[in-house]
Design a binder for this molecule. Structure first.
Ligand code: 4AD
Ligand code: MG
Length: 431
């Protein structure tokens, strides 16, 4: 019996015999030597079996191993500068565990539809593994940042009687004899929670039945939604730039090898530090017009607009104070200019578009009630939300950050689909 360890920790066992458990990622052989690439979720390591040393029988077992079959390897850890992770295993014995016949994902290039059909296996490849690691590290950093600032995590419901962002993109389901919808955003519940706990955040899946087939849209995506009592728009923006900077710097210092596997140019992330540039919507429209875009005050930005606006900067840029009528009903009007609201979208650099939407919320009962009427929002589903303005209402603000877009940006991915372990997309519900 040898100590059982993982590839990540083999450096602690140089010169010793260890047991590793994993899957055969790849194999090469040169007649008398088998080079087994073993992966175990923590890394990949080369295990070398020499016929003269292990003997005929063990060598034969090695040569029968196929791609993605599972196995246990017993061998000596050697330090080796030339090896990918700095170490190599000299095989003493192998124990095959589960066979793998005709593994569909070979190490050649595959089309993305094929890979998505085999997402359950695609995630085993080093690049996809690295992305999932970075995603987990981003979530950890987000939670660490907010927890250290005394936010309380609160979980809003997934099944809701109404919508937070508008009624067109909802997934409708039957809730016994009632109608229900999958949540689009936990915001309204987080506003209630902020009145109970002060500073709160949620972290969970949200759903949008959007018929958008772009590299930025998923049908199911995760959102992190902080909500803070007594925070103004200014406080909100400041928190966001500190939050994003913390997350990016944390990933840079904790995911070096993953970013390398993904091939990310990290110099593009090193500049992500406060303060972030800020443009008003008015300035952004004027700038786009000067660049020759056919866009008028009152129009919403499309992806090309966002990309061009953000390309001017080496870190994310806030676009703030959008026209009231292109933003959500709950946003607080600017007291000096009621035609705009106290909101900000944060656009990531390098063409990743909007990663955060946030605002100060209307806290005045009469104004919110008026908005309900203007937007034909039924009081029977929203009464509770209005009621928050009746009992000790306070100015408050919050934001929502899309996890997959953030992962896509930080990892430099072409499409958000790789940022989710099992992406739900337009016309794709399998696997
Ligand atoms: O801008 P959105 O719609 O804002 C809200 O839902 C607010 N209620 C949040 C809040 O203030 N608590 O969405 C927030 C973020 C976007 O900036 C984007 O990053 C992401 O969610 N997002 C999507 N990500 C992937 N696929 C989609 N279809 C997305 N829609 C929004
Ligand atoms: Mg938005």
């Amino acid at each position: 019996m040898y100590p059982v360890t993982t590839i990540h920790h083999v450096g602690d066992y140089v010169g010793q015999t260890v047991t590793l458990r994993g899957w055969l990622y790849n194999k090469r052989s040169s007649g008398k030597i088998q080079f087994l690439q073993l992966r175990d979720g923590t890394g990949v390591i080369q295990c070398v079996a020499v016929k003269n040393e292990v003997g005929e029988e063990i060598f034969e077992k090695c040569s029968k191993l196929t791609q993605e079959s599972s196995l246990i390897v017993h061998g000596v850890v050697r330090q080796d500068e030339r090896a990918a992770g700095g170490y190599e295993i000299t095989v003493l014995d192998v124990e095959p565990v589960g066979e793998s016949v005709d593994y569909p994902i070979t190490l050649k290039e595959h089309g993305v539809d094929f890979l998505l059909d085999h997402r359950h296996l695609w995630i085993r490849t080093p690049r996809q593994r690295a992305i999932l690691k970075v995603r987990a590290e981003i979530m950890r950093a987000m939670a660490d940042f907010l927890d250290s600032r005394e936010f309380t995590r609160v979980d809003p419901p997934i099944l809701t009687p109404s919508s937070a962002e508008g009624t067109t993109e909802l997934f409708h389901i039957k809730y016994f004899d009632e109608d229900a919808y999958l949540t689009q955003s936990g915001q309204m519940y987080m506003e209630a929670a902020a009145m109970a706990l002060g500073k709160v955040y949620s972290m969970g899946p949200t759903f949008r039945a959007e018929k958008s087939k772009t590299r930025r849209h998923l049908i199911e995506f995760w959102m992190i939604e902080p909500e803070m009592a007594f925070y103004t728009h200014e406080d909100n923006v400041k928190l966001q730039e500190e939050f994003i900077s913390y997350v990016v710097q944390h990933v840079l210092s904790h995911c070096e090898s993953e970013l390398k596997t993904i091939g990310r140019d990290i110099s593009k992330l090193e500049s992500v530090k406060p303060p972030f540039p800020r443009l008003t919507y008015d300035d952004a429209i004027a700038w786009l017009q000067k660049q020759g875009h056919d866009i008028q005050w009152g129009d919403d930005f499309g992806a090309p607009h966002e990309t061009e606006l953000a390309e001017q900067f080496d870190r994310p840029v806030f676009i703030e104070k959008y026209p009231t009528n292109i933003k959500a009903f709950y946003m607080q009007p600017d007291p000096n200019r009621p035609e705009v609201v106290l909101c900000a979208d944060l656009l990531a650099p390098e063409g990743y578009g909007e990663i955060i939407g946030g605002s100060e919320r209307i806290h005045d009962y009469d104004l919110l009630k008026q908005r309900f009427e203007e937007h034909n929002l039924p009081e029977e589903s929203y009464g509770w939300y209005l009621e928050l303005r009746k009992y000790g209402s306070v100015p408050h603000s919050g934001f929502g950050i899309g996890l997959e877009r953030t992962v896509a940006w930080i990892c430099g991915l072409e499409h958000v689909r790789e940022a989710n372990p099992f992406p739900r997309m337009l016309y794709r519900l399998y696997p």
